[in-house]
Ligand binder design. Structure first.
Ligand SMILES: Nc1ncnc2c1ncn2[C@@H]1O[C@H](COP(=O)(O)OP(=O)(O)OP(=O)(O)O)[C@@H](O)[C@H]1O
Length: 460
């Protein structure tokens, strides 16, 4: 008889799953070693006995009764034990002779999943702590700069933070508009989140659904369960509309409406929801000019612009550059685990006097690059050669100009050139008259016009 084949039994004792074979009367015929381990019942007890004597809810009697398989069914035979069972009827030709079940123990997997869930929870707590810490990083106290005009702006922003008025922040790229918007949000103590959206990064056709959300299946490619828009996410918080100058004209009246009545309707939806959102918008464009050119709506501008904050470019607050440099060096030395390098005065001068068209962002990027170079070169100080070529060149140019300012020969040379240009202007290009005005012979004037490369203005 098949059930008594000892070779099969020997093979089954060496597989990882618990195997149980019963005859058509549900009497246990094969019970392998793994089944003994998983179910805690030995062969000698179970063999020859109905499987239901040991496992009243066993799947095999059901399989035999219904003559159909059950695949990958979850089963917990005892506390803390979790199995996945597959059970099938066994046939000899057309005759049903019994059933076989294979149990895979997934208790370890379940324990690991529980551990993972616990870890996830821990991570969430950590994430929240990190968010709180990084939010703190953006508070007004952490904004670097002691330039008087800049401090006045910081104080003004602190004062208006707690009111709910909308704000527009302008300034060149990289001057810290987003940093200010975040600081205003933190200072406001609003309960909700700070939600940034970059208007220039979102295609016009997606803007409405990004801002107001959409109902499930509102359009092709939409998520089945729909999406919450940024306005709703910013409920009781602050919505930061970055690059507001790039907001499509078609969207502007819709935003104005939300700002006026605080109600939003999702794309494809019919219900309106009330939101309490404070809007801070930022741009480096000239919105007034855009209004004149018909590219920005006046009504939206005045609705947003309860107060306008203008951040100065870095070159207008050079005295803040050393503090910013030190702050960024400390920051990147932590990131790249390197010691704080010495900054020779020549390097500091070069950095302070650079034009910084990309403002604080450009300065920050360059300091990061410098910290990496210092580390890679195992240096203890910032060598001037670690600065980018553009800064080195502009520094050389500046030093040259400063030297020229004090060079007496150069001063005389410039004064002479200026006097000749003026004399030529007054005499309307008449050299004899100009020479007379300058009190020099005409031949000397010819020589000096040539020396100063002014022959072009000689004819005028
Ligand atoms: N006062 C500040 N102190 C320290 N770091 C600053 C300060 N202002 C800006 N930064 C840093 O400079 C970088 C640029 O700032 P931010 O993104 O706020 O500029 P932005 O004006 O919004 O730029 P864009 O117009 O390009 O969006 C950021 O990395 C920010 O952390």
């Amino acid at each position: 008889m098949l059930f008594l084949n000892s070779t099969i039994e020997m093979i089954l004792d060496n597989v990882n799953d618990a195997v149980c074979i019963v005859d058509k009367n549900c009497i246990t015929r094969i019970w392998n070693k793994r089944a003994e381990e998983i179910h805690g019942v030995t062969k000698d007890k179970v063999l020859g006995r109905p499987i239901t004597d040991f496992f009243p809810t066993a799947l095999l009697p059901k399989v035999i009764r219904e003559k159909r398989p059950y695949v990958d069914v979850y089963n917990s035979p005892k506390e803390d034990s979790h199995n996945i069972i597959t059970a099938r009827p066994l046939y000899s030709g057309n005759e049903l002779i019994g059933g076989i079940s294979c149990d895979r123990d997934i208790s370890e997997l379940i324990k690991l999943t529980a551990l993972l869930d616990k870890t996830k929870l821990g991570l969430k707590v950590l994430e929240e702590e990190i968010t709180a810490l990084s939010e703190n990083r953006f508070s007004f106290d952490r904004i670097v700069g002691h330039n008087i005009a800049f401090r006045e702006i910081v104080n003004l922003c602190k004062n208006i933070s707690k009111s709910n008025i909308n704000i527009i922040i302008t300034g060149e790229s990289g001057t810290g508009k987003e940093v200010f918007a975040r600081a205003i949000h933190i200072e406001s103590r609003r309960k909700g989140h700070f939600i940034p959206i970059n208007c220039s990064a979102i295609p016009e056709e997606l803007m409405e659904s990004e801002l107001f959300g959409y109902e499930g299946g509102a359009f092709t490619g939409a998520l089945r369960k729909g999406k919450v828009g940024k306005f709703e996410l910013a409920h009781e918080g602050t919505l930061f509309l970055d690059e507001i100058g790039d907001m499509p004209l078609s969207m502007q009246p819709k935003i104005l409406r939300v700002l006026e009545d605080g109600m939003i309707t999702k794309v494809g939806g019919t219900k309106s929801v009330k939101v309490d959102v404070r809007v801070v918008a930022a741009t480096n464009k000239d919105l007034k000019k855009m209004m004149k050119d018909g590219l920005f709506r006046k009504d939206l501008y005045y609705r947003l612009n309860s107060i306008l904050i203008k951040l100065p470019p870095l070159r207008e607050r050079k005295e803040d550059i050393p503090d910013l440099i030190n702050e960024f060096i400390e920051h990147f030395c932590i990131t790249y685990r390197s010691n704080i390098p010495e900054i020779p005065s020549q390097v500091m001068d070069a950095l302070v006097n650079y034009e910084w068209e990309g403002n604080i962002r450009e300065l920050k990027n360059i300091i990061e690059r410098i910290v990496i170079l210092v580390k890679n070169n195992k240096s203890e100080k910032i060598d001037i050669d670690f600065l980018p070529r553009s800064i080195i060149e502009s520094n050389k140019e500046r030093i040259k100009c400063e030297e020229e300012i004090l060079d007496l020969n150069h001063i005389i040379h410039r004064a002479e050139k200026e006097a000749i240009i003026n004399a030529m202007k007054i005499s309307k290009g008449n050299k004899a008259k100009a020479a007379k005005l300058l009190n020099i012979p005409r031949s000397t004037l010819y020589f000096k016009l040539d020396k100063h490369k002014l022959t072009c203005c000689a004819g005028k």
